[in-house]
Design a protein around this ligand. Structure first.
Ligand SMILES: Nc1ncnc2c1ncn2[C@@H]1O[C@H](COP(=O)(O)OP(=O)(O)O)[C@@H](O)[C@H]1O
Ligand SMILES: [Mg+2]
Length: 156
């Protein structure tokens, strides 16, 4: 993925980045979270959802595929498609329902849902960088460009 890589020096830096994105993503957003196992995708989701107002524990949806959240500002869904082998499985679980306007949707392993998932607003890619991580962001909609402008990152 192109775009400038930003260093995330430790777990807290990933949580802080997620909080900035959440503050900027007013009115809902679809965000893809790419990267290998351990790259920090679930950490980002935790920081993002807690910033939106989720007070419960954010657990990895590795086994459940999706964890839905309801909170005072609206609703969110956190997907992990690692175990999906056929994107058609996503239609069976009624994936469309989670993408209502105004909702926040985070998707780990979006490449497993190709042709079924809607285009995201933001496409984030996390990479191991020694003990640290880095992240690259690409906006794929006007809403996504708005988020990157608000956090003062370059939009492609
Ligand atoms: N920026 C970072 N630097 C170093 N470690 C990090 C960073 N962000 C997250 N981690 C750590 O990486 C580990 C795996 O993170 P996780 O979010 O579960 O990855 P993924 O969901 O991509 O598999 C966790 O122990 C987390 O604390
Ligand atoms: Mg994960």
């Amino acid at each position: 993925m192109s775009g400038r890589a930003h260093t995330l020096s430790n777990e807290q830096a990933t949580l802080d980045f997620a909080a900035r994105v959440a503050h900027a993503a007013v009115g809902g957003a679809v965000i893809y979270l790419r990267g290998d196992l351990g790259a920090g995708k679930t950490t980002f989701a935790r920081g993002f959802l807690h910033t939106l107002g989720v007070t419960s524990h954010v657990k990895s949806p590795t086994f459940t595929v999706v964890e839905p959240y309801e909170f005072s500002a609206g609703s969110a869904a956190h997907f992990d498609l690692y175990r999906i082998t056929d994107p058609e499985e996503l239609n069976l679980i009624g994936i469309r329902e989670y993408f209502s306007p105004g909702a926040w949707v985070l998707v780990e392993w979006p490449e497993r849902g190709e042709n079924v998932l809607p285009t995201p607003d933001l496409d984030l890619e996390f990479k191991h960088f020694g003990e640290q991580r880095n992240v690259t962001a690409i906006a794929r909609s006007e809403r996504g460009r708005h988020v990157l402008r608000k956090i003062e990152w370059d939009s492609e």
